[in-house]
Ligand binder design. Sequence first.
Ligand code: AGP
Length: 614
Amino acid sequence: MCGIVGYIGSSQAAPLLIDSLKRLEYRGYDSAGISVFNQGVLNTVKCKGRISVLEEKMSSQDLSGLAGIGHTRWATHGEPSDVNSHPHTSPSGRISVVHNGIIENYQALRAYLISKGYTFTSETDTEVIPHLIDYYYKGSITEAVSKAVSKMEGSYALGVLARDEPDKIVAVRKDSPLVIGTSDKGNFLASDVSAFLPYSRLVYYSDDNELAVIRGDSIEFLSAEGDPIPKTPVEITWSVDAAEKGGYEHFMLKEIHEQPKAIRDTMASRIVAGSPVAFESLKLSEDGIKSVEKIFIVACGTAYHAGVVGRTIIEKMTGIPVETDIASEFRYRDPIIPKNALMIVISQSGETADTLAAMREAKRKGASILAITNVVGSSVAREADNVIHTWAGPEIAVASTKAYVTQIIAILAFGLYLAQIRGSMSEEEIESVKGEMLNLPEKAEAVLSQKETLQKFAAQTYNHRDMFYLGRGLDYALAMEGALKLKEISYIHTESYAGGELKHGTIALIESGTVVIALATQESLREKMISNIKEVTTRGANVLGFTINKQGENFSDDGVASVVTATFSIPWTQPLLVPVLAVIPLQLFAYYVAVLRGCDVDKPRNLAKSVTVE
Ligand code: AGP
């Protein structure tokens, strides 16, 4: 996720672009840049680092001009660097582009353009866009953009400046957000309204494949065929702070709702029906994959919980034994690393000190390292032998949500990739899992639409001091994450427990009114979980039960509802995929409880987003 901005009007563009970019830094902040048109030239300044670094670099340059575009980056393809930062410009200097999204067929487009004599300087997917527009430019930037985007696959929101048509900025989107603001001093484009709210509260919302032709005193919308599209602007009444959160009260709630898109983006170009699972950046050889005898998964906190889910996924798909460790424990237990061992380190930030140290210890002992991280160019990404990026976009809330589900998506895809090469799953089995994975974004949306049960149970229980999360198998792994979510934002003491282990001591704590969250979404273990639920309800526990609909049905009649206070049922999906959906109501429940307790949801006490100290 990145932030794009643009301005054209009667004021100097550069200061407005910088101010707008600062309001979008939550969308990405590893590099930034602007292009401004002035007297026949497109002047571009861009660099790695935050916007303050860009401002420093701009101070020695003449960036006067009344039209410009800008970008603040969250790297997906190509690590943060001056050359990979946006705007990207065609070799002729004629076209400058800022982009938010992922161009899935960029490699094919790049090869085609190279065959037509174009040269590239960056590692990004975005750089194909100005080159493609330049290739189609025959005097009309609107037509050239329309032709170029018709060749592009994936997601994009673009701002385009053409040196030979300085009176306009062209903007277009597909699956990435784009808004156009209008004012008496000129017109704006941005990824969201928070960028230009101090200057304009009258906003047009672009729809997919509509071209916006933005002049200083007019805004025109055209269809892909060039036909005018009438649009009515909307007045924005949000505060700037609310706008940064997309209208949600907290970044955590916004990021919970971004999960369907994050899941879709992380699967993009890797999970395609009918095509083999592929990763754009893996350098693992087939022989190397076939020789793997043991896998270690090491991480901290939520990432560790994703790893515990990942152990079951990889063992079921490949038959390779997998060991999971909390990073701070792994590094001090003098781990035995056999030959042909693969270590998977999982880290949203890619900077967690304990995870880095564990990775270095395993590397020292001869393991090959695969990193799963959300930050391109992070320490973990740079030191690992191979990297799979989750494309969740920046995660601002301290409590990790969309990073967790995309980590599991990445592990599912990697497990299928291993199975594909090692022949541990048939093609039909692999296609079946892929097919169901592609249904997850829509099913996640369905889960997000069911909030009442969670809000009601939160209202009944938010003043409790303790809560227990029970589960078996993958539901136990899920219980760990649910318990952490509630604990870290509501400060309620929570404990996740294996359902079958309760009777070996902890059940002594269960008394009348004790709150228990019981996870029974794994069909093969449900009867056992119902017994565990009965063990606690007969001692007076107040139980919220999580279960799963029957395949192809919108209901669940598996006996859980009859033994609990309240039930939440998720849409049916395959057992290995359940955690991706079942974690969402646990995140929402934790959120509602924390809000009811008046906690600082996005910045809980004592916590940091990235723990870079041991
Ligand atoms: C999760 O909600 C917490 N913020 C924390 O446990 C986090 O998952 C952990 O510190 C690991 O961070 P990383 O994924 O950036 O390595």
